[in-house]
Design a protein around this ligand. Structure first.
Ligand SMILES: Nc1ncnc2c1ncn2[C@@H]1O[C@H](COP(=O)(O)OP(=O)(O)O)[C@@H](O)[C@H]1O
Ligand SMILES: [Mg+2]
Length: 422
């Protein structure tokens, strides 16, 4: 057995040295002396790991290539503690960690592990960590300091390898969040809005049939752009119409040599949050049905306005945030869906809903149907598909997340001058 040791670069090419590899220490006692029964059992289970890994990887199309008759060879199994086992694996040199992590769920299932993580160890060698408990179980806390500028970073969460995901408000061009009741949408939204609320050049518009997101905003500069009355569909339509007007005006008023508005106090970045958007459409459909409208009804108006915002508002400095239990095709047409580039799916019952937002997520969908609250699949520009834990605001002895959200909004949102509030 040999080990390839990287030795830096020469003329822009990687140079490596090949050295003979000593037999992994765990194999020695077996050869030298009679191992105790316990030791033998342990060894057998470690060899079983190696065998299972080799067989499952051999069964994955695209991986079982070009390494003689065996696609990979497990060089060493390193038991760490009850929660982790590491495999040091020799693979064809052109294989990347990604090739394996793409099949992580399948490899993990075959290994009897909860999840796997894959890292490069050396060219042609990978370190595969078998995790016996879910690294996303622990909550991720949000810093209590809100952002101060539209170029600061919004924290979306962290993945199984502890990598964090951040985006600036400017980069967050149209976000869609789906998830069943209790899956973590509201907590995520509390976190998102409380990060945004302290930025002077951000305006938060909302259509919020629940009324919970908007309540702490009463008396702030945002309130005139927020509607919470679920019985009054016209108020929501009116809000959307005002936002589309603002968009049209901003684009019309672009100075020469500019194709996007410049964000400033006078021209804030506008977040348009549509909480439980399918619910709004359904309520509008009921009104239409009562009015016996076939066309030109409220549903059509809402979809038309939201469609325009999705398609045209980026250059006008506006960002859509759509929240839904499921990204249903009947409510969100494929064109509008296509404009949402940041997609977050908390637990949803049906695999089809995952595939609706993450076309490559079929493999993950089944497992994700039972994910704990706060665990989401994320697709974004430059992020293929990641399972992340989204942050929460909760502090163990400081009451529920909503109270923290309330405090952050009332503390940091710009308030109306007193006389205007009266
Ligand atoms: N990121 C998270 N980390 C830890 N727990 C969470 C997280 N998100 C949600 N939860 C838990 O799940 C519960 C339901 O979440 P919620 O956001 O209200 O769901 P939804 O809005 O999708 O119905 C919360 O009260 C909280 O206890
Ligand atoms: Mg909710």
């Amino acid at each position: 057995m040999t080990l390839v040791v990287p030795e830096g670069q020469q003329n822009g090419r990687a140079v490596a040295r090949v050295v003979p590899l000593r037999l992994p220490p765990i194999y020695k006692p077996l050869a030298r002396r009679r191992a105790s029964a316990a030791r033998e059992r342990e060894l057998r289970s470690l060899q079983d790991y190696a065998w299972r890994f080799q067989s499952v990887v051999a069964g994955i199309p695209g991986l079982a290539v070009s390494y003689g008759d065996r696609p990979v060879r497990v060089l060493q199994v390193i038991p760490r503690d009850g929660t982790l086992t590491e495999l040091n694996v020799q693979v064809p040199v052109h294989h990347l960690p990604r090739d394996y992590s793409e099949h992580a769920h399948r490899i993990a299932a075959a290994m009897g592990a909860c999840r796997i993580r894959v890292q490069q160890f050396a060219p042609g060698q990978l370190l595969i960590e078998l995790l016996h408990s879910d690294p996303l179980r622990e909550p991720v806390r949000l810093s209590t300091e809100p952002l101060r500028s539209v170029t600061d970073l919004i924290y979306l969460g962290r993945d199984e390898t502890d990598q964090g995901y951040w985006l600036t408000p400017v980069e967050l061009v149209h976000l869609i969040v789906q998830g069943a009741t209790g899956s973590g949408k509201s907590v995520f939204t509390y976190g998102l809005l409380s990060q945004l609320v302290g930025i002077p050049e951000v305006l938060i518009a909302m259509s919020d049939p629940t009324g919970l997101l908007t309540r702490p905003f009463i008396g702030t500069v945002h309130a005139e752009w927020q509607v919470s009355d679920s019985a009054n569909i016209d108020a929501h339509i009116d809000l959307l119409r005002r936002l589309v007007e603002m968009m049209d005006q901003r684009i019309q008023n672009l100075p020469p040599r500019r194709d996007q508005v410049e964000i400033s106090d006078g021209c804030p970045l506008v977040f348009v949050v549509l909480e439980e958007y399918p619910g709004l459409i359904r309520a509008a459909a009921q009104v239409d049905a009562a009015d016996k409208r076939k066309s030109g009804g409220k549903v059509e108006q809402i979809k038309g306005l939201v469609g325009r915002l999705a398609a045209e508002s980026r250059k006008a400095g506006m960002r859509l945030v759509i929240l839904a239990q499921r990204a249903e095709a009947s409510i969100l047409d494929s064109y509008t869906r296509g404009q949402m580039t940041v997609k977050l799916s908390f637990r949803v019952a049906e695999a089809a809903s995952i595939e609706m937002l993450h076309p490559t997520g079929r493999e993950e969908a089944e497992e994700h149907a039972t994910s704990a609250a706060g665990i989401a699949l994320l697709s974004a520009p430059g992020v293929k598909l990641k399972r992340i834990k989204t942050p929460w605001l909760g502090v163990a002895d400081d009451g529920p997340e909503y109270a923290r959200y309330w405090d952050l909004v009332t503390t940091y949102a710009a308030r109306l001058p007193q006389e205007a509030a009266e």
